[in-house]
Design a protein around this ligand. Structure first.
Ligand code: PEP
Ligand code: CO
Length: 465
């Protein structure tokens, strides 16, 4: 256990529980990382109990449906596209942002489906992605040491000690904002997104600078043709995207938020985290003896595990076994984030070991978190080229091991931000200032995301077609 782990604020368990048995608060007695103490436990408990009494955001049926779809990914029959902001903020709970994220994820998935000829499961980092692990607990502002910002679910971005104090009321605001986001996503997915299927309305001129522009135009024309054909033969079923499935996910970091929304449902024996379809455990909180793993081992949701340096293969194997003792397919998504220089040496022994144990995991590549750096003017960024190269190397290693890379996990937005350098439009370090919005990690913008989808499909085809 790392020296940074501490005791969590204790919450009274109100339901009868058998000694030694898992329950949504059994993590509460374990050491916890990445969550600063709340100054007032009574207030925390009041917020926790209020959150616990509110209706769930999603249903157990949806969680089970996602797990079935992920099981198909683990069998190599489908592909997982997971993406969204590094951190959602309460202020950004706005119609344009939500529409733009749904739009870019849908367009990316059309590109993947069309180019790869395989179904795509879409999972957003959305409607709950409000808490962040940080490498440092504190920062110094005007000579004063204050707590670091840890996402709107925990404290506020403003640089003063009061704003940075963890505030339990934020859990209720996060629940409200997640609910509003999800409500709008569901409405958009039911109706009103018909135009998105028409690639002639996509903004693609930027691709002219990509070496594959011709292939890209050919793909767009062919999607266009296929859609026109379908609309002619079945006009009523195809002119709206009937039920676009977009599942939600976030890092289960603030366990008070997640456990207050962890419930039993009628006629099922499992516990479900009903705040999100899928949750993941971060690279810094996956200690087998820690609070996060204790919490995650009791829920039925699909679970992502971030794996990047430093890690021991045996620890990862133990973790998979602990979180999925029944070896259920569709349950564990191993999200590797090695960094472009490390992936070749680190990934293949891990694939071999997981294979040997016979774990039916879904392999996904997060090419973002191992490739962050700061420019000379201290702007946090990532190179499009490094991101792509980590994806390419990850595909190559899986190909060599006879293993299926079934997904990508990207930090992206549908907005025209300038946070990552490179891509067909050749955004330079100087250009980062133009529209740099993120409070946390740099995201691919709309154009870079579409281009990335196209390049991911190319790599997938090299490996699996
Ligand atoms: C993240 O996904 O935003 C993140 C912090 O990732 P990791 O835990 O892999 O560093
Ligand atoms: Co991030």
């Amino acid at each position: 256990m790392s020296p940074n782990a501490r005791t969590a604020n204790p919450i009274n368990v109100t339901e009868p529980v058998k000694k030694g048995e898992w329950h949504p608060l059994s993590w509460n007695t374990k050491p916890i990382e990445q969550l600063p103490p709340y100054p007032d436990t009574e207030q925390l408990e009041a917020a926790f109990n209020e959150l616990k009494s509110l209706p769930p955001l999603i249903t157990s049926w949806e969680i089970e449906a996602l797990k079935d779809k992920l099981a198909a990914v683990s069998r190599g029959e489908s592909f997982l596209l997971q993406g969204g902001d590094c951190a959602e903020t309460f202020d950004a709970c706005k119609s344009t942002k939500i529409v733009n994220l749904l739009k870019v994820l849908l367009q990316m998935s059309f590109i993947l489906v069309h180019e790869m000829g395989t179904p795509v499961v879409r999972v957003g980092r959305i409607a709950g992605q409000y808490a962040k692990p940080r490498s440092k607990d504190f920062e110094v502002i005007d000579g004063k040491k204050i707590l670091n910002y840890r996402g709107d679910l925990i404290n506020s971005y403003e640089q003063n000690a009061v704003a940075r104090t963890p505030d339990p009321q934020r859990m209720l605001e996060a629940y409200n904002k997640a609910g509003l986001t999800l409500n709008f996503l569901r409405a958009l997915s039911d109706e009103g997104f018909a135009d998105l299927q028409h690639p002639e309305q996509w903004e693609l001129d930027f691709m002219k600078n990509n070496e594959y522009y011709k292939d890209y135009v050919a793909m767009v024309n062919s999607i266009h043709k296929a859609i026109n054909f379908m609309e002619t033969i079945t006009p009523n079923t195809f002119n709206t995207l009937h039920k676009v499935d977009l599942y939600t996910s976030h890092e289960a970091l603030n366990l008070y938020y997640d456990s207050a929304q962890t419930r039993k449902v009628p006629r099922k024996s499992d516990w479900f985290n009903l705040s999100s379809h899928m949750v993941w455990v971060g690279n810094r909180t996956r200690d087998i003896d820690g609070a996060h793993v204790e919490y995650l081992k009791g829920i039925a949701n699909p679970i992502g595990i971030k794996v990047g340096p430093p890690f021991e293969i045996d620890d990862i194997l133990k973790l998979i076994e602990t979180l999925n003792p029944n070896h259920e397919a569709g349950k564990i998504v191993l999200i590797t984030r090695m960094g472009v220089d490390e992936v070749e040496s680190m990934l293949s022994p891990l694939i071999k070991a997981v294979k040997k144990e016979g774990h039916p995991v879904i392999w996904s590549c997060d090419p973002m978190h191992g490739n962050t750096f700061s420019t000379n003017s201290s702007i946090k960024t990532r190179r499009f080229g490094d991101i792509l190269d980590e994806i390419r190397s990850t595909f190559a290693v899986h190909r060599a091991e006879g293993s299926y890379l079934g997904g990508v996990h990207l930090e992206l937005t549908g907005d025209n931000v300038t946070e990552c350098v490179g891509g067909a439009n050749g955004l330079s370090e100087k250009g980062l200032d133009t529209n740099y919005e993120t409070y946390c990690d740099p995201r691919l913008n709309y154009e870079q995301s579409l281009e990335m989808a196209f390049l991911v499909a190319k790599e997938w085809n090299k490996s699996y077609r």
